[in-house]
Design a protein around this ligand. Structure first.
Ligand code: HEM
Length: 456
């Protein structure tokens, strides 16, 4: 779709006023951001947060332009990236030459073809993780969902993508540290104009979490940087690339930054997304029944094999719909490099624009009954004609999520693996609501009880 770049048509952006926006954000940030999206109606609007006035981009045409069409003009930079730069440094989560080099080195590990080749090993690792649910299921004990999902995901990711170079004990230390990072940056997000010399709530927790992460990752780099081996896991791949670039402290730092970026993106996102599934199934027994039926019919009572996945279209639709309602990467900002007119509004150099699949995915302008959990909307028939950027849980363009294929495969293996072996007896709460952080996670404690299905 062509974008309006006619300078003569430039208009002043509608600005959502501070006196309306700020109290709403402080009271209930989730409802406030959705309301801001609805009020924009898909136009480029400016959100007045006092000294900080980002533009909100929600229209799929505009998103396509920013993320793909002219992505070089919209950098990952500016006040909203700064909090995370302290963690990810010059890695695949940055921009510019360091990002380019990181992406070039990491991309081959994550192509659809390579991920499919790893599927059998992923299924095996997921199966071992799921085995651990058997004991609490037999005793009817409640299972804490975020930590159970994190344990299963960690087992897959650590074995397949980190070549078992991080022990499960260290992986268990990393999970709460990444969790703390996600929640502690929220004040830096909401008050991005406050300088770092002024302490904000969350700063101390953030610093402690980064130290815990470095306690695991820096010795890992030291162990492998001079003898990376010929493995195809991320540690080996990064250390080999650093070695061919001459090694040295900068290269070691680059490996550290990328390992931290990959640990954060590969585990927390997947475990977080899968957590949202259980309250949704509890609240929608008809979806749970269709899912169970499909999995029972195709997989029986396990184990799940990659070959089953093609015969599980409804399971895939459930995962897609899960990410429509709860795209864990819910907000990703950009900074305008050169002035450009978008949707009739002049975006000035250095301004921040905010992109949020969470907002666009829930706008009536682009979705029918957007608040409803309806996996069938992703059937081939109902998806046809949908704008590519009406649904973008994995972003798009050159920065599109590297782990997209990993996630889709892993999520289906884990869901089919659990539901082929267990019945979901209950989940509390039935309706989980998001808490704002770097990723979208439930505010409430989510617990399930499972019952083992009889083995046939
Ligand atoms: C529910 C699962 C996931 C979601 C919703 C998600 C979402 C996203 C989004 C929206 C972006 C784009 C950010 C931007 O444009 O600034 C992104 C980038 C990225 N994701 Fe994911 N992600 C998920 C899982 C994963 C997994 C499993 C991995 C790794 C195995 C991963 C690795 C990455 C990396 C490395 C990037 C940066 C890519 C780049 O800038 O070149 N993600 N992800």
């Amino acid at each position: 779709m062509p974008i309006d770049v006619d300078v003569n048509a430039v208009r002043q952006p509608r600005t959502l006023p501070l006196r309306q926006v700020l109290p709403a954000i402080l009271r209930d940030p989730v409802s406030a951001v959705l309301q801001i999206g609805r009020e924009s109606g898909g136009d480029v609007v400016r959100v007045n947060l006092g000294p900080f006035r980002p533009y909100l981009i929600t229209h799929p045409d505009h998103l396509q332009h920013v993320l793909r069409g002219n992505s070089a003009n919209y950098r990952r930079d500016g006040v909203l990236w700064k909090p995370l730069h302290r963690l990810f440094g010059e890695s695949v989560m940055a921009d510019g030459p360091a990002w380019e080099e990181s992406r070039r080195v990491l991309q081959p590990v994550f192509t659809a073809k390579n991920v499919e080749a790893l599927a059998a090993r992923m299924a095996e690792a997921a199966g071992e993780g799921i085995d651990e649910l058997a004991a609490p299921a037999r005793s009817g004990l409640p299972i804490d969902v975020p930590s159970a999902m994190a344990r299963i995901v960690n087992r897959v990711v650590m074995r397949i993508f980190f070549g078992d170079k991080i022990s499960m004990a260290d992986a268990q230390r990393l999970a709460p540290a990444f969790d703390a990072v996600g929640t502690s940056v929220i004040f830096r997000y909401l008050l991005p104009f406050v300088p770092y010399r002024v302490p904000l709530p969350g700063d101390r927790a953030f610093g402690n979490a980064v130290r815990t992460i470095d306690d695991v990752v820096i010795p890992l780099v030291d162990r492998h940087k001079d003898k990376p081996g010929d493995g195809d896991d991320i540690v080996s791949v990064l250390c080999r690339a650093a070695g061919s670039a001459g090694g040295g402290p900068d290269a070691a730092r680059w490996v550290r930054d990328n390992l931290v970026a990959m640990l954060a993106t590969a585990t927390e996102t997947t475990a977080g997304a899968l957590t949202w599934l259980w309250p949704l199934l509890q609240a929608h027994p008809e979806v749970a029944a269709s899912l169970r039926q499909e999995i029972g019919h195709v997989v029986g009572n396990g184990p799940v094999r990659p070959a089953h996945l093609a015969a599980l279209p409804y399971t895939k639709q459930v995962v897609q719909e899960l990410l429509r309602l709860f795209p864990v990467g819910w907000l990703f900002p950009r900074m305008v490099v050169e002035p450009e007119v978008l949707g009739g509004v002049l975006l000035k150099k250095g301004e921040t624009i905010v992109i949020s699949p969470f907002i666009t995915h829930r706008m009536e302008a682009f979705w029918e009954r957007p608040e409803e959990f309806d996996p069938g909307r992703f059937s081939g028939r109902r998806s046809s004609g949908r704008h590519r950027y009406a649904y973008f849980p994995f972003g798009g363009g050159p920065h599109q999520c590297l782990g997209m294929h990993v996630f889709m495969l892993e999520a289906q293996l884990i869901i089919a693996g659990i539901l082929s072996r267990f019945d979901l007896l209950s989940c509390t709460p039935e309706v989980a609501t998001p808490q704002m952080g770097a990723s979208l996670r439930p505010r409430q404690r989510v617990e399930i009880t499972l019952r083992p299905l009889p083995r046939t």
